[in-house]
Design a protein around this ligand. Sequence first.
Ligand SMILES: NC(=O)c1ccc[n+]([C@@H]2O[C@H](COP(=O)([O-])OP(=O)(O)OC[C@H]3O[C@@H](n4cnc5c(N)ncnc54)[C@H](OP(=O)(O)O)[C@@H]3O)[C@@H](O)[C@H]2O)c1
Length: 336
Amino acid sequence: MGMTNDKQLHWGIVGPGRIAEKVVEDFRLVPGAIPVAVASRSADRAADFARRHGLQRSYGSYAEIVADPDVDVLYIATPHPQHHAIALAGLRAGKALLIEKSFTATVPGAEQIIDLARSTGTFVMEAMWTRFQPAIVELRRLIDDGAIGQVRQVQADLGVDRPFDPADRLFDPAQGGGALLDLGVYVVSFAQYLLGNPTTVTATGSLAPTGVDLEVGLLLGYDDGRAATLLGSLRNPTPGQARIFGTGGWIDVLPRFHHPSTFVLHRNGSEPETVSREPLGGGYAHELIEVTDRVLAGATESEIMPLADTLAVQRILNGASEQLGVRHTEDATVQV
Ligand SMILES: NC(=O)c1ccc[n+]([C@@H]2O[C@H](COP(=O)([O-])OP(=O)(O)OC[C@H]3O[C@@H](n4cnc5c(N)ncnc54)[C@H](OP(=O)(O)O)[C@@H]3O)[C@@H](O)[C@H]2O)c1
């Protein structure tokens, strides 16, 4: 990698859409990380993004940023089925990767990226920013410390009232639309973080006219009786709350649980304790810090968002999709 001597990591942004607009703002809060380049399918869009955010270089194709030897890490912010081809090309060029959630559109797609990352010894992480929020880090510390005893059950919901538009990424099958891959990924990753990998996944829900999942309810089951009940919807708003129930109490993660600043710890027999931890910037700085620190330290994975967890989450999401009759594919037409 073209890493500079002063321990700085040069980042390239792929797909200057809505989330890239937000994430790029948080680089200023990340020591050692410099966003240097952006790539779009359109040279004009890339140039406009680079000018507005002060990036040195812009490219009108994804192939050009992959070939840029002065880019160490790619942040892939295209829609889910367009992650796979860019990720594989990036790994072949020796780039570390931060890949937006959902990691891929399919389980085989995720497996191919993970296999290539491991065989080349290259760092890859899913951009599941929830796990790096200061409130979630503290919540996890308290749980590991036994604050609510043994975790037995998890509830989480994430719903938005999104007007139906067949061209919108969220409703377009070609862009990996549907509630599961966009919102379900948060509730599933949260449950997986606290309970591990389920032995059964049961999904119910409804489909949009384009055939993608509109509403989804999930029951994750564990052999020893633990369970998670999870909701996601593009049809109706929900508070975006999570609850973790243990043998010694429970925790309410106040909305929205996927980037919270406050949770309430209820220890059995004690008054509730309110714990607040504000995120930095837009809340994306923490995942950028994780990648920057880990890559500079020579690691190939994050211990907080390891690839085994990403793959487990992807299996749950795609298994649930198939129960609803939704079959995703990776985009084989991406030019990279
Ligand atoms: N972490 C979060 O909070 C968060 C929030 C929202 C979304 N996301 C994730 O980030 C990814 C992008 O979401 P977004 O809302 O930013 O999407 P978006 O606004 O539609 O932007 C996606 C960008 O991807 C590029 N692209 C490449 N191939 C494309 C294709 N075939 N169709 C459409 N666009 C294509 C486009 O840029 P060019 O054409 O200019 O290259 C487009 O601007 C998704 O995986 C999503 O789940 C994460």
